[in-house]
Each structure stands twice: as C-alpha cells, then as structure tokens.
Design a protein around this ligand. Structure first.
Ligand code: HEM
Length: 404
C-alpha cells in the first residue's frame, strides 16, 4: 500500500502547505534531490491544502510507464489552467484524443527533414546574434542582465522559424484558426523560453570553466565547413557540451501527472516500505498525483556517479564513464530533459540544432567570463537564474576571442 511509502515525516510538514512550500523554497529541485537520495527513487510527501499525498517518482521503469500511457496519466489540474492562460489551448495543453489529433497534425513540422529545411535560416539567425554580441562587447558592462537580454534578441532573430515550420507542412487544415494561433504562441513560449534558458546556462558553464570553453572554441574554429544540420553533428565536443548542459540544467526541471484510473506501476529498483515490505511494482488509485523530478533524475549520483553534479562534458566521450543505457532513464540520450513517450518534446530536434548552432557561432568569436555574482536557480515552470533576488538575470562579461 502506497500509504507506507518512505518519505519525509508528516510531522515535518506544514499543516497548510504540506511539504510543498519547503520544496519550492530551496533552489530548483534541491529538496526533492535531497529526499530522493535519502529515501530512494520513490517517496511520498504531504500536499498543500489537505490534498492527498503526492508521490515523487524518479524510478526509471515507473517514469517510463507513466510517460508511455498518456490516456492514464494526464497533466494535473494545477498545470493546465496556467498553460491555457500563458500559451492557449495548443498541443502543450491538450489531453486525450484532442492531444493525439493536434500532435498528429503538428508533428510533420518538427521531423528531421523539416528541421534540416530550417537549418540555413537558423544558422543565418545565429550569425546575426553573434554580430550583435560582437558589437555589444564594447557596450556590455559587468552586471548587466544577460538573460533578460538574450531572450528578446533570440526571439527577434528567430520569428521566421515558427511560420517556416508550420509552412513546411500542409496538414494544419484540420486545426481551427484559434488552435493554429494557440500553437504558434505555444511554440514561441515553449521553444524560446527553454532553448534561450539552456543557452544562458551553457554560457555560464563555459564562463566558469576556461578549459571546456577553450576546448570547444578550438573544435569550432578548426571546423571550416558551414554549420549545416549534417555538418554540426560532426562536432563531438559540442555534442558533449550540449548533453552536459541539458543534463545539469534541464529547462523544465520537473513535471506533474495525475492517474485517470487505477493502475499498477512497475519499478526498476524495488522499494522498501515503512512497514517492511519490499515492492517491485505498486498499485495506484485514480486521482493519484505524481511529481516527476526530471532534474533530480538527471543528476542522481547513484545513477550518474559521484561527480553527477559537476559539469564534465568528457563523461559523454569516455568509454564506460556512463552506465549502459538499460540502467539509465529512457529518453533522448538516456535523460528525461525532453521527457519521453507520446508527449516527448515535439521540438527537441529543432531545440538541439538551434542550441548547437548558436553556441558554436558565439563561442567561435567571443569569450565568456564569470562575474562574482552568485547565481541561484529556481524552478518557476522553467529553470530560471536568480541573482540578488532578481529572476532571469545572469551577468556575464564578454570579450572578443582570438582566432587560431
Ligand atoms: C532546450 C530546449 C527544450 C527543452 C529542454 C524542452 C523540454 C520539454 C519538456 C520537458 C516537455 C514535456 C512537458 C511535459 O509533458 O510535462 C516539452 C514539451 C513540449 N515542447 Fe519542448 N523543450 C525545448 C524546446 C522546445 C522547442 C524549440 C519547441 C518548439 C518550437 C518546443 C515545443 C514543445 C511542445 C509543443 C511541447 C508539448 C508536446 C506535447 O505535449 O505533445 N520545445 N518540452
């Protein structure tokens, strides 16, 4: 019985907020990570406002099961109204048959072929951003809000991609005008907030590690071909840096699902319940809320090793530095950064290409230096840097890079 699941004691919970406020107060996913390393990959917490207990689940088999069955596990009532308000009732919001319908019509815009067709425009936009930054090198003072600046600049440079992606397929005919509009704002928000945020954290990591930064710059500068879709796949170190940034700083740090019916969930790692029984699967009842801590799963030392919290792109290039894939989560590069299953991020190929082209283009000609500001990270639907209490702020200093 899931009532006996391990977890922080009920006595430590606030009578009104349960354990939820404590979890929110820390840095992004810090408290869930601490609990997961203490209680194992499945534990329960008290929910706010006397709601039934929430199960926090990072067990690979359980998470794969939940993501695979989108008719049994849907987004919770706490997420959907926010999504509807911010981006409208597009594919990110839709559930059930409506989701399947919208996803089928929109998917052709995000296939490998479609992303390849957008590649030239994306590379051109990356050049524009780089020119702007090179110009800004004279203008940037230490302490300016880099993140708040990067978002609008990237969005301004990239709007053509949204219309291009929808134009690249003729199937949107089945969607109403309102659905098309809502999906365009979905792509703008879900696409730019996430990719822009991940790029911010990438620049922060490069600024903190001159070794990685120099190695990446050397690889990019020595590569003479144009950065087409196929060409960029040849840059091995860029690929490793990309994976490492998206492992440590997943733009969506956690997600939520609710069981629509009773079910049995398999477990990769048996859990010892508080009454002494050991379970290899567990029963859930309709209405059970799950929190899925994507960031915790990506950085669990029991899975990724003792240096799980460190930025080490080499782990992706060193044989046996990472466990075999059957011992890792199911998803892109054995991570859950884009989730998994039928609701896997629709734009992940586009995101990866944009991320790589922009990072390659910027690091070719600019150097990034840290400031002495302390950067905190908060989970506010997306992962946000917070400096001196200000959200979306990531101060960096730029100089021109020398060419090899
Ligand atoms: C680094 C960049 C990105 C990250 C880390 C990311 C992450 C995610 C995650 C975790 C989800 C699943 C959320 C959930 O089900 O709870 C998701 C869904 C989604 N993403 Fe992304 N995303 C990124 C970029 C993009 C881009 C570039 C686009 C489109 C232009 C996009 C469009 C979407 C859409 C429409 C969904 C909803 C898909 C569905 O429910 O069927 N994302 N993304």
């Amino acid at each position: 019985d899931i009532r006996y699941a391990p977890g922080p004691s009920a006595k430590s919970a606030s009578w009104i907020w349960g354990h939820e406020l404590e979890a929110f107060r820390g840095q992004a996913l810090e408290v869930y990570s601490k609990w997961m390393y203490t209680y194992g990959p499945l534990f329960k917490i008290n929910a706010a406002f006397f709601h039934n207990d929430i199960i926090v689940v990072g067990d690979h088999a359980a998470v794969q099961h939940i993501f695979a069955d989108i008719f049994t596990y849907m987004k919770g009532p706490s997420l959907r109204p926010i999504t509807a308000n911010i981006v409208g009732k597009g594919v990110l919001w839709a559930e059930g048959e409506d989701h399947v319908f919208q996803r089928r019509l929109l998917s052709p815009a995000f296939t490998l072929e479609s992303v390849k067709k957008m590649a030239d425009v994306i590379s051109e936009c990356a050049e524009k951003v780089q020119c702007l930054f090179t110009w800004l090198e004279w203008k940037f003072d230490q302490g300016k809000t880099f993140a708040g600046f990067l978002g609008p600049v990237v969005i301004r440079a990239f709007p053509s991609i949204v219309s291009l992606s929808l134009k690249s397929q003729n199937n949107t005919a089945g969607l109403s005008t309102a659905q098309i509009i809502d999906n365009i704002s979905t792509f703008i928000m879900a696409g730019h907030e996430t990719t822009g945020g991940a790029l911010n954290f990438a620049l922060m990591e490069l600024a903190r590690s001159s070794r990685v930064q120099q190695k990446l710059r050397r690889e990019v500068q020595q590569f003479r071909d144009a950065l087409s879709y196929d060409a960029i796949q040849k840059l091995e170190y860029l690929d490793a840096v990309t994976k490492e940034v998206l492992r440590l700083h997943p733009s969506v740090p956690h997600t939520e699902r609710v069981a629509m019916r009773d079910d049995i969930i398999p477990l990769a790692t048996p859990i010892r319940m508080r009454n002494g029984t050991v379970l290899t699967s567990f029963k859930v009842q309709k209405g059970q809320v799950f929190h899925i801590p994507l960031m915790t799963m990506n950085t669990n030392p029991k899975v990724w090793g003792e240096d799980a919290g460190e930025f080490q792109p080499e782990r992706w290039l060193t044989p046996n530095a990472i466990r075999p894939s059957n011992e890792l989560p199911h998803g892109w590069s054995n991570m859950v950064t884009f989730t998994d299953g039928p609701r896997l991020c629709i734009g992940y190929r586009l995101a990866l290409f944009e991320f790589k082209v922009i990072l390659a283009t910027l690091s070719r000609s600019l150097e990034f230096h840290s400031t002495d500001a302390t950067v905190n990270r908060k989970d506010i639907l997306t992962l946000q840097p917070v400096v001196d209490g200000k959200c979306g702020v990531l101060p960096l200093r730029l100089t021109l890079a020398s060419h090899t």
